[in-house]
Write a protein that binds this ligand. Sequence first.
Ligand SMILES: Cc1cc2nc3c(=O)[nH]c(=O)nc-3n(C[C@H](O)[C@H](O)[C@H](O)COP(=O)(O)OP(=O)(O)OC[C@H]3O[C@@H](n4cnc5c(N)ncnc54)[C@H](O)[C@@H]3O)c2cc1C
Length: 423
Amino acid sequence: MKERTSPTDRRDFLQQSLLGTAGAGIAIASSAHVTAAEIPDAAEPEITQEVDVLVVGGGTAGIIAAIQAGRSGAKTLLIERNAQLGGTTTTGGVAFPGLFDAWGKQVIAGIGWELVKECVELDGGKLPNFAKVPQRHWMNQVHINQFLYALLAEEKCAEAGVQIACYEFPGSLTATGSGWQVDCVGFGTRRRVLCQQIIDCTGGAEVAGMAGFERLHEDERQPGSYLFKLGKPHEPAATQLHRLYVHGADSTNSRTVTEANLTGRKAILAKLRKDKQRLMHLQPETGFRESFRIVGETMITVNDYTSGRLFEDAISNAFYPVDLHTKSGVKPKPLKPGTVPTIPLRALVPKGSRNILVAGRCLSSDRLANSGLRVQASCMGMGQAAGVAAALAAKSGTTPLEVPLAEIRQTLRDHGQIVPGKA
Ligand SMILES: Cc1cc2nc3c(=O)[nH]c(=O)nc-3n(C[C@H](O)[C@H](O)[C@H](O)COP(=O)(O)OP(=O)(O)OC[C@H]3O[C@@H](n4cnc5c(N)ncnc54)[C@H](O)[C@@H]3O)c2cc1C
């Protein structure tokens, strides 16, 4: 059996090692080498690039949208403002995506499931048995190694031919006759993107807002949570992180995100001093539950959600209790047995728009419906559908709503997704 050292043993060992090397200075172990490629346009202050599909936000929904668009043959660029892919799943540390199953069978699969399953298998973990209806909904969430997930997401993007641009975000955009001109900013870089289709996966529909489409925002939002670990080591996918509710957290812009992060980290510092415990793990960012959502061509109501309405343009299933977090916590309201909500394509289309879709928690839905729809498997399902619709629209020079629904659904099935209904 593998022997585990306690945190104290490890700390002692570390101190001894450092003391042992003190005479010769601290040796930094580095035995492996890799070389980053020379970027031909690295010194160019501004570059212009033409793509078919631009995905903004490389989080839970965005990576799936980008991989799908790439696999469908679209020239795809993925812009992410942070250092890595995965968004709330990785940077926020909510590494327990759900729910892929309902009432004893899988209802969401496709690229999201492919990634999650591969992550668990490579990590030596165990997948839930979806044939068994769990006693509590969260029991079939899949615990994944957030670090590995981010790496696999990058690999799958590369394999699908998706170009990744981290540390960048759109500064402005204008509609062109055939799509969009999006001017993106990074540190030391500017990138003008000419694209046919945009998929806004920023969590808060930031691009749709920038383009002037209507969005909804509550005065009081669900709290965010800062994830960390005190005292005991954190083993990804095997142990739970501690969670601190950050009330008022808002992912609207860099100022509100900074405020939520500083507030969360200050409280964690105070707690570790009070409890006299070591800080063993700290996510780089707060996990945000709620900010803006679009007003789409269709708005999913809580009644649609809890009744399992089969929309005529349904492109993905969704499954989770109604799950609104408030100041006093959360009391999930499970769905009635047999109920599986669906997501219509029109809830991903900002009202009155052309050539832009959203995917993820910012879809068009009332607040209570959104509290259930925002979970990761559902976001992945939307992402894949948006990726198909955008790629097909780019290929045929139309808008996502003009692409025949049957073609979107067949492509989704061809790429392993489960499509609601029989049509
Ligand atoms: C604490 C907490 C617990 C949760 N529990 C669960 C759970 O148990 N199970 C579950 O399935 N779900 C859970 N959820 C919900 C779920 O994790 C999120 O709703 C979901 O991951 C959101 O996915 P998304 O793709 O919409 O956004 P995100 O995953 O947040 O991705 C948005 C991405 O866009 C990037 N971005 C934002 N703005 C820009 C910009 N202007 N330019 C470029 N990039 C940008 C961000 O950096 C990020 O990478 C929880 C959420 C939280 C916060």
